[in-house]
Each structure stands twice: as structure tokens, then as C-alpha cells.
Design a protein around this ligand. Sequence first.
Ligand code: ASP
Ligand code: MG
Length: 423
Amino acid sequence: MALIVHKYGGTSMGSTERIRNVAKRVAKWHRAGHQMVVVPSAMSGETNRLLGLAKELAPSKASPSYERELDMLASTGEQASSALLAIALQAEGLQSVSYAGWQVPIRTNNAYTKARIESIDDARVRADLDAGKVVIVTGFQGMDDAGNITTLGRGGSDTSAVAVAAAMKAQECLIYTDVDGVYTTDPRVVPEARRLKTVSFEEMLEMASLGSKVLQIRSVEFAGKYRVPLRVLSSFTPWDIDIREEAASGTLITFEEDEHMEQAIVSGIAFNRDEAKIALRGVPDKPGIAYQILGAVAQANVEVDMIIQNISKDGRTDFSFTVNRGDYAKTMDLLRASVIKGLGVEDVEGDTKICKVSIVGIGMRSHVGIASKMFRALSEEGINIQMISTSEIKTSVVIDEKYIELAVRALHKAFDLDQPTAA
Ligand code: ASP
Ligand code: MG
């Protein structure tokens, strides 16, 4: 008998009808002889609705006392969906019990609204499983050392599910969602995008951090660290499809060394519109300059992504970097107010109408010429590259936002991602 964790996203839990379907599906797995732990998200729209109410009363501000209440508030969404699912399972004739994060308990640090899980005590859940119950554990939430309710950041139920699976050494963690797996790119942009049968953890991690919204990035980190087998699959198949067929559907996120299959060199194209570019011109080229610019930015808690420093000419250089678009105004203000004058920089300019497009694939490690193929495909479309960054398994470029779809389509084609691979 295997222990399996199922996670259901907000859309899958979106109405009582859908919750009934989830219950029937879980009941099928239970009847097939598995011990089942289920981690649901709040019903779709509920977290936004709750946070919207708070905003109506007071605009968000980063004070711990305000954020404490946001977590107290937002955690109720998962509490409601979990109880409803337990009730639906009981209606299916199963024994079922739901627990809020603090009841398990799932312990986190006290960083409200973005807490990190520190430990999970599985004794209570295990006792229930051994008594034949289906156990529901709320996604997205935990409890800090002082007993305050915390939440894990938007999309955090994925991480809850993986953490529970890791703590309980589950055989597999199945993430049921409104798409049927991980695609070569967003099918809304490229209709020929294909579902990947398998993708490596490292690729998934790059894709999640580069803008693919299928899984919360922290859940992938967690799964990699604790080697939790993870599968992304659709909750919109009929609940009574053959369980073996269901268990083999979607995308399996694997460890590279587990794979014996031929791998595509590039597995996917990721993109995001969430960044903005800032360029400092005529920066005196002397030791410490990068530190003085980026140190000030880091101190304001702004994360920097790509960084480029040009070769200097006559003792001056240009220095550009990207930040999250939400941090753009704050960063520009900061640079103008202090850094620029202090350092004798000639000019600062910025552009929010950019996007980042990336190719991702572990095959890039062992093949040369992949980046140049990317650049050629973009140049054939007349797209100018503004910045480039690479890692072992990805190459990213910053381009004008208006070319995003053209670029993604061109790259998808250039790397034959619309063709079925040997895998
Ligand atoms: N309900 C939370 C959110 O909307 C967590 C989740 O769905 O994963 O972000
Ligand atoms: Mg989600």
C-alpha cells in the first residue's frame, strides 16, 4: 500500500460540484488501496477576494502587524475548501478529517505572507491514515513558533503538498491543476506547444523561475532537495478514468540520472514580462562601482536579475541591470536621489517595455552552438537583443516587449519543439 499525496488547485476546487468530483477521484485512489493525503488550495478567486477586503479597509503596507492579519485572513480560504472536501469525502462513504496547518502542525518561520516551512510533525496524520482515514491538510499555511498563523506566498499550496509528501516519504506527489502538464511553452502563445512527458527538476526549476506559472518555484526547490517524485496532471479528466491511465498522465518531473531516454537539447521556452531595465551611462570605471550601485539597490530589498557592464572607454563605462517591474519606480527614485550624484554617473535611463525570453534544456551542457542558434532565429525575425545572460542549462535574452510572441514562436520552431522527440 503506497502513501500518495494529491494537491488540487483553486480551479479544481472552484465549486461544490468540482469538490464533489475531487472527492470521487480521491475515493477511487483510496479504494485502490492507497493511503491518501490531500492538500487543497482555496476555491478559485477566494484568496484574491479576501485580500481585496483587507485592501478596502487599509492599503497594504509592509508592517508585521498588518501582514499578520493578512495571513490570519487568507488562511481561511484553504480552511474552508479543506473542510468542504472532507465533508464531500464523507458523503462518498469514506472516513475523512481535515486539519489546518497549525493543527498538524506545519511549522514555519515568522515571515508573514512569505513564510518558509521549517518542519512538519506527521504523527497525527499518520495515525489517521493508519485508522483508514483520508486526511486533508490545508495548503498555503503553517504556524510560527509563537503560534501565529503564517502563509507561504501566493501559489504556496504547491509547496505545502510537496513538503507534506517529503515529510511523509510519500511515493509520489500528484499536482492536479487546470492544465494537463508542463508544456514546451505557453500554448496560448504557441498553439503547437507540446506537453512534455518528463522534464528534469533542474529544467523545471529554471522554467518556474523564468516565468512558467505551472508550479510555485519553491515547491520545485523542495521537491529537488528532498527528492520527491512530482507529477503535474489535469483535474478535468473524468474522475472515473482508469487509475493506471491517470497515474501515467501529465508530466513527471524526474531526476536527470533516473532517465534513460534520449533528451531534447532544448526542452522549453520560458518568457516573462515582469522585468524592467535600468541603464546607467557614463559610470566612472573604478573599483567598487558595481558594489556601490547594486549594494544600494539590494539594501532597498530590490532583487536584481540580469547585469551587464560594458567595456570602458576613457575611464567611463555603461552599467545596466534588470529588476522586477513592481520595483522599477522605487529603484529609479533611489538611484536618482542618492547613487547617481554621489558616484558622478552621467545619466540614468530605464525601460519598462521589455521582456525576457529564455531557452531551457539540460542538453545545453553537452552541446555547443545552442545560444548562437537562438540568436540567429531572433535575428531572422529582425528582433534586436538588448541583454543576454546564460547559465549551464539556459540562455535568456531581453528584447522589446512588443516582439515577445514573435520571438517565442520563432524559437519554438527553430528548436523543433513542435516535433515529437525521441523521448
Ligand atoms: N490560495 C493561495 C493563492 O491563491 C495559495 C494557492 O492557491 O496555492 O495564492
Ligand atoms: Mg497554483
